[in-house]
Design a protein around this ligand. Structure first.
Ligand SMILES: NC(=O)c1ccc[n+]([C@@H]2O[C@H](COP(=O)([O-])OP(=O)(O)OC[C@H]3O[C@@H](n4cnc5c(N)ncnc54)[C@H](O)[C@@H]3O)[C@@H](O)[C@H]2O)c1
Length: 349
């Protein structure tokens, strides 16, 4: 929409009139911000249906500005976000919404954590939700789950009856009954069940091939340092530093999800993108490798008709022992920015 290199001077941005929404004209000043001589943008005023509002809002980052301008153009007001879970990803998202949320049109409606003491001192008291069953009182546009598949099972249907729902632990959907019920709820309440890409590369391409009937097979291998795995069995309890590479499990994603529910969300997202193959049809492999002390590796192999194939290898820097790779935090934030409502369906974002 906006090219940051387009103009070195002031300019006026005109948005087309969208049916049901007034046309907007936003006057912009490009000016120096701060002593570092950074170029930035300042919105001076917005003209809506002939009346002028003076705004004087500054942005150093073109993407922050673009989001704000887009919201103004579509007349959308701030989206209220409920965050369920205050582990690594939850803390990152809460901090980011509190710091940058207003520029992106996001407001924090509540934060819930199994242990509320963890929230005290970090989250404003009025935003702490003590009892998750009262989440509806906070009137959220989007609820994001970033704690455990069990919460998706216990609350997913209720969340969808009130809000769009971004499922951070999509391995929960390997349960065919829950999967079906969540899809039905999305349809019934016309809310979107969002699945974040997480560490999956090319999810939208997989989904497109799936929807066009061209997807023949999908395989995902996730390799990590043994300290990064959280397995339900004791397959890895005897690992020793320097032992090298060990294939822990190879089989369908449906079989893998109960074994490593916290580690295979990327595979679960892929299985949802590849709906025609499903959890039973998409194949996965988890590999423990003591050489991978600095990053996780996610390999995706896609097969289509007439020998078509794509093989991607993603190296995601990660701290030793971390379930979540560093780049996945940004990926979650970008996914959240997508959750504007896409109808009563499952949507990979
Ligand atoms: N979609 C993806 O690609 C992707 C990527 C990384 C992590 N994840 C998933 O997102 C979730 C959060 O990740 P994280 O890195 O923040 O994990 P984390 O371990 O840092 O935090 C999890 C939080 O949830 C709480 N919790 C754990 N089990 C719970 C339960 N049964 N009921 C209620 N609360 C519970 C913990 O106390 C903790 O506060 C995990 O389920 C993880 O598997 C998904």
């Amino acid at each position: 929409m906006i090219n940051s290199g387009l103009s070195q001077s002031n300019f006026v941005l005109c948005f087309p009139i969208i049916p049901g929404v007034c046309g907007q004209v936003i006057k912009l000043h490009r000016r120096r911000l701060g002593s570092a001589g950074l170029q930035g943008y300042q919105i001076i005023s917005a003209i809506n249906a002939g009346s002028v509002t003076v705004i004087k809002k500054q942005f150093k980052d073109i993407s922050l500005f673009a989001c704000f301008a887009q919201d103004m153009a579509t007349g959308s007001s701030s989206q209220r976000i409920g965050v369920v879970g205050y582990g690594h990803i939850g803390q990152y998202l809460v901090e980011k919404i509190l710091k940058d949320g207003s520029a992106f049109g996001l407001t924090l409606a509540f934060v819930w954590n199994r242990n509320p003491n963890k929230l005290k001192g970090s989250v404003p008291a009025e935003l702490i939700l003590g009892d998750l069953t009262s989440f509806a009182d906070r009137r959220c546009d989007v609820i994001i789950e970033v704690c455990h598949p069990q919460i998706v099972k216990d609350f997913g249907l209720r969340f969808l009856s009130q809000s769009h729902f971004l499922v951070g632990s999509p391995s929960a959907l390997s349960d065919p009954d829950l999967n079906q019920k969540l899809r039905q709820a999305a349809l019934q309440y016309e809310r979107t069940l969002y699945i974040p890409n997480g560490a999956l590369w090319g999810g939208q391409d997989i989904q497109r091939m799936n929807d066009n009937g061209k997807l023949k097979a999908l395989f995902i291998r996730m390799s990590k340092h043994p300290s990064c795995f959280r397995l339900t069995g004791d397959v890895l309890s005897d690992w020793t530093e320097g032992e090298g590479r060990r294939v822990l499990f190879r089989g369908s994603v449906a079989e893998l999800c109960p074994i490593a529910p916290n580690n295979v969300n990327t595979m679960a997202a892929a299985a949802l993108a590849a709906g025609t193959l499903g959890f039973a049809g998409v194949q996965g492999e988890i590999v423990s490798d003591t050489a991978l002390s600095d990053y996780h590796v996610v390999e995706v192999e896609v097969s289509g008709p007439d020998g078509f194939s794509v093989h991607t290898v993603r190296r995601n820097p990660a701290k030793l022992g971390a379930v979540t790779g560093n780049a996945t935090y940004d990926s979650f934030w970008n996914s959240l920015l997508f959750c504007k409502g896409h109808g009563g369906r499952v949507y990979l974002c």
